[in-house]
Design a protein around this ligand. Structure first.
Ligand SMILES: Nc1nc2c(ncn2[C@@H]2O[C@H](COP(=O)(O)OP(=O)(O)OP(=O)(O)O)[C@@H](O)[C@H]2O)c(=O)[nH]1
Ligand SMILES: [Mg+2]
Length: 698
C-alpha cells in the first residue's frame, strides 16, 4: 500500500440522505479490488454502515473510513451521513479531506442538505466532484440533475461520464474523457469493463468532449491556443487542464451512474485517481503557535510528526478509536509525542488504517494520511499530538451549536451519576451533543442537533446500561429584577430563654444596568451597626437574591444600600443581621415594582423560499422580532430574528414539521428582557405549581 504523501488521496463522500453514498462507496471499493464482493444496504453488510443502528435503520449515522489501493495510490474515503442530525461527522470529514464527492439523486435533483453542505464546502474552498446517482430509477434525468446543480450553485458542471439511456432503459455509462463505454454489468457483483462507444451515442459524446476541452483549456493560455487551433486536446492535456481548474474550484466534474448496479464506478475511480489533490499541494492549514500566535502548516512528511484527532469512537469491540489526520512527519508504533492540550506524553501503540470496522495494522501513517490509533485513552477529538520541540496546535473543528435541548433525569434517582457519566461519554464521541448542568433551573440539560440524534444516544445508553431516563422540555431560566427605587426596614428580634437575637437594617434598593448583577453600598453614618456585621448583611442580601419575590427566580441587577440600622450590645450577631437583611431586601424589592426577566435569543433560521411565509408568521406568533432576511442562493433564505427562549423550546421539532424537514436554525443567548401581563402571570402560576410539586416529592 502506498506509503508516501504524494500517493495519498482523501475524498469525503457527501450529499442529502439516501442519495446512495454508502452504496456507491461499496461498489467503488469493489471495483477497485479492495473487497471481493459488494453488499447492499438491504443486506446490512456494507463496509461503511456497520454500526447496529445503521444496519437497523438502513441509514449512515457516523463518518466511516475505508480505502482502496488504485494504481500506486491509497485513496481514503470518508463516507458521511446525509441526515442533518449527524452533520458533525460530515464536517469533520470535510476538514480531513482534500476533495469531496457530492451525490445528487437523478430524479430528486439537488436537495436541501446538499445545498447546506455545498455552502460549507464553498467556505472551505474544497474542490468537488458531482455524481448523479440512481439513473436506473424511474423519472431519472442526468441533464435535469446537472441543470439543477447549475441553477442552484451557479457553477458549471462538466460531464466526464454520461449515461446510456435513463430509468428503465439505462444500460451503462460512457467515459467521455477516454472515449470508452461501460455497459452496466449483468449483476452488481461483476466488475465494469470498457468497450467501444455505440454508434448512436457518437454525436452526444463529441459534444461533451468539446465542452470538456473548453473547460480544460480555460485559464491556461497554452492549452486554449492549442484547442482553438486543432479543435482537440490530448487526454493528458485535458487532464492537466482539468486538474488545475478542479483544484482552483473552477471546474466541477460530473459523473453518471447507478451504484446499485455497479455502473459508473470504473471511470469515477479512475478519474478520482487522476485528479484528486496530493495533500501536500494544498493550502496551508492554519494553526496556533504555542504562544497563541496564528501561523500555518502545510502537509509535509519531512518535518517532525504532528496530527489532529478528528474523531473519537468508543466501539463495543475495538474499544476507544481515535481517528487522526497526519499533517507532518509520520506516526509509527512506540513514537513518543506530546498532547498539546495538556502537555502530557502520548506514547503511541500500534497504528491502523480502517476498512469500515476492520482495523488493519500498518507500519506507519505518513503526512497526509488518515488512520486510527487504538486505546489511546487520553486522546480527545480536536487534540493535536506533536513531536515538535515547540508544538503548535490545530484549530478546533467548528460545529453547529446544538439547538434541540431537553432536561433529563434518571427515573431511579440512584442511577443519576451513572446516567451522567454515560451522557458525558456520548458527548465525547459526538461533539454536536452536549451535557450541562443548569444551576439556575437545577436541571441536567442535554442538547443536540435533532430528535433523531438525541433519541439514538439515549437508546444506546439504555441498551448498554439498562438505565431508564426521563426527558422533558427544559425549564426556562427566568430571572427577576426591580424597576424603581424603593426602601424598607426590617427588624429581626427573638427572645428565647437567655440569649436573644436582635438586628435592624434599613435598605434602599435601586435598579442598575442589565448584567451588573449584585451591587452593595454601605451608606451608614456613625456606628449604628458595627463593621463586623457587614459581611453578614451582604450574605443575607445574596441569599435573598437567590429567590425573588415574584416567582422565586434569582434576582439580578439590583443595587442595595444600607442607610441605617441598629444593634444590641449582647443579642446582635452575624446570623441576626443576615436574617434581618434577607427580610429587608425582600420587603424593599416588593416595594420596587419587581418584574420577571426572560432570556431572549438570537435566531438564524434557514428555510426554502416556499416556506418563508409560514416560518415568518410562525415566528411572529412566538413573539419573535424579525430583523432581516437574506437570500443565500440555492433557493434558501436566512431569516434573522430575536425571540424569547420560552417560545423556542420545541422549535427544532416544530420548524422541521413546518418545513417537511428542510428548515434549520442556529440559536444563541442574547439578553434578558422584562415580561409583564398575562405572560408573566402564567410564569408565576407555573412556578408556584412547581414549588408545590417539589415539596410534595420531598
Ligand atoms: N435504484 C437504485 N437504488 C439505489 C442506488 N444507490 C442506492 N440505492 C438505494 O437507495 C437507498 C439508500 O442508499 P444508501 O447507499 O444508504 O444512501 P446514503 O446516501 O448512503 O444514505 P445516508 O447515508 O443515510 O444518507 C438504499 O435502499 C439503496 O439500496 C442506485 O443506484 N439505484
Ligand atoms: Mg450512507
Amino acid at each position: 500500500m502506498a506509503n508516501s504523501t504524494d500517493l495519498i488521496r482523501n475524498v469525503a463522500i457527501a450529499g442529502h440522505g439516501g442519495t446512495g453514498k454508502t452504496t456507491l462507496l461499496e461498489h467503488l471499493l469493489f471495483q477497485g479490488g479492495a473487497i471481493a464482493k459488494p453488499e447492499t444496504i438491504e443486506s446490512g453488510r456494507t463496509v461503511s454502515d456497520y454500526g447496529d443502528e445503521e444496519i437497523a435503520r438502513k441509514i449512515s449515522i457516523h463518518a466511516s473510513l475505508s480505502h482502496v489501493a488504485y494504481k500506486d495510490l491509497k485513496i481514503n474515503f470518508l463516507d458521511t451521513p446525509g441526515s442533518s442530525d449527524f452533520v458533525g461527522d460530515v464536517i469533520l470529514a470535510f476538514r480531513a479531506c482534500e476533495a469531496a464527492l457530492v451525490l445528487v439523486d437523478a430524479k430528486a435533483g439537488v436537495q436541501i442538505e446538499t445545498i447546506k453542505l455545498w455552502r460549507n464546502l464553498d467556505g472551505r474552498k474544497k474542490p468537488r466532484l458531482v455524481f448523479v446517482s440512481k439513473l436506473d430509477e424511474e423519472r431519472a434525468s442526468f441533464d435535469g440533475a446537472l441543470a439543477d446543480v447549475k441553477g442552484k450553485f451557479k457553477v458549471n458542471p462538466v460531464a466526464i461520464t454520461i449515461p446510456m439511456g435513463e430509468a428503465a432503459s439505462f444500460r451503462g455509462v460512457i467515459d467521455v474523457l477516454n472515449n470508452v463505454a461501460y455497459s452496466a454489468p449483468a449483476s452488481h457483483d461483476q466488475r465494469e469493463a470498457p468497450g467501444p462507444v455505440p454508434a448512436d451515442m457518437a454525436a452526444a459524446v463529441a459534444e461533451c468532449r468539446s465542452k470538456l476541452f473548453e473547460a480544460a483549456a480555460e485559464g491556461d493560455d497554452g492549452l486554449m491556443e492549442k484547442y482553438l487551433g486543432e479543435g482537440e486536446l490530448s487526454q493528458e492535456e485535458t487532464l492537466k487542464g482539468l486538474k488545475e481548474a478542479f483544484a482552483a474550484g473552477r471546474v466541477f466534474p460530473a459523473f453518471a451512474g447507478s451504484a446499485l448496479r455497479n455502473s459508473g464506478t470504473a471511470a469515477l475511480l479512475d478519474f478520482i485517481a487522476s485528479i484528486a489533490p496530493n495533500p501536500a499541494f494544498l493550502a496551508p492549514e492554519p494553526v496556533f503557535e504555542h504562544e497563541g500566535q496564528l501561523s500555518s502548516v502545510t502537509v509535509d512528511p519531512s518535518k517532525p510528526a504532528a496530527a489532529l484527532v478528528i474523531k473519537t469512537q468508543i466501539d463495543q469491540f475495538s474499544g476507544r478509536l481515535s481517528y487522526v489526520k497526519v499533517f507532518t512527519g509520520k506516526l509509527a508504533p512506540d513514537l513518543e509525542l506530546i498532547n498539546v492540550r495538556d502537555g502530557r506524553k502520548e506514547k503511541l501503540g500500534k497504528v491502523y488504517t480502517l476498512q469500515g470496522k476492520k482495523l488493519e495494522e500498518v507500519k506507519e501513517l505518513v503526512a497526509g494520511d488518515i488512520g486510527v490509533l487504538a486505546k489511546a485513552m487520553d486522546l480527545k477529538t480536536n487534540d493535536t499530538i506533536s513531536a515538535f520541540d515547540k508544538p503548535f496546535f490545530f484549530h478546533k473543528l467548528r460545529l453547529p451549536t446544538p439547538v434541540h435541548t431537553l432536561a433529563i433525569a434518571a427515573v431511579n434517582k440512584k442511577e443519576e451519576d451513572k446516567l451522567n457519566e454515560n451522557l458525558v461519554k456520548a458527548a465525547e464521541e459526538d461533539l454536536t451533543f452536549q451535557v450541562t448542568f443548569n444551576i439556575e433551573t437545577k436541571e441536567t440539560v442535554i442538547a443536540g442537533t435533532g430528535e433523531l440524534q438525541i433519541n439514538m444516544i439515549l437508546e444506546r445508553i439504555k441498551a448498554a446500561t439498562k438505565i431508564q431516563a426521563e426527558t422533558r422540555v427544559p425549564r426556562v431560566a427566568y430571572r427577576e429584577t426591580i424597576t424603581k427605587k424603593a426602601s424598607a426596614e426590617y427588624t429581626h428580634k427573638k427572645q428565647t430563654g437567655g440569649h436573644g437575637q436582635y438586628a435592624k437594617v434599613v435598605f434602599d434598593v435601586e435598579p442598575v444596568e442589565r448584567g451588573a448583577g449584585y451591587k452593595f453600598d454601605n451608606k451608614l453614618f456613625g456606628q449604628s451597626v458595627s463593621k463586623g456585621f457587614i459581611p453578614g448583611i451582604e450574605k443575607g442580601i445574596r441569599q435573598a437574591m437567590e429567590m425573588g419575590v415574584v416567582a422565586g427566580y434569582p434576582v439580578v441587577d439590583v443595587k442595595t444600600s444600607i442607610t441605617d440600622g441598629k444593634e444590641h450590645p449582647v443579642d446582635s450577631s452575624e446570623m441576626a443581621f443576615k436574617i434581618a437583611s434577607r427580610g429587608a431586601f425582600r420587603e424593599a424589592t416588593k416595594n420596587a415594582a419587581p418584574v420577571l426577566l426572560e432570556p431572549i435569543m438570537n435566531l438564524k433560521v434557514f428555510v426554502e423560499e416556499k416556506n418563508l411565509g409560514d416560518v415568518m408568521s410562525d415566528l411572529s406568533g412566538r413573539r419573535g422580532r424579525i430583523s432581516g432576511q437574506n437570500p443565500l442562493g440555492g433557493g434558501i433564505v436566512e431569516i434573522d430574528a430575536q425571540a424569547p427562549q420560552a417560545e423556542l423550546l420545541r422549535y427544532a421539532i416544530d420548524l422541521r414539521s413546518m418545513t417537511s424537514g428542510t428548515g434549520s436554525f442556529e440559536v444563541d443567548f442574547d439578553h434578558y428582557s422584562p415580561i409583564t401581563g398575562k405572560i408573566a402571570d402564567d410564569v408565576v402560576k407555573a412556578a408556584a405549581a412547581f414549588r408545590v410539586h417539589v415539596e410534595e416529592e420531598e
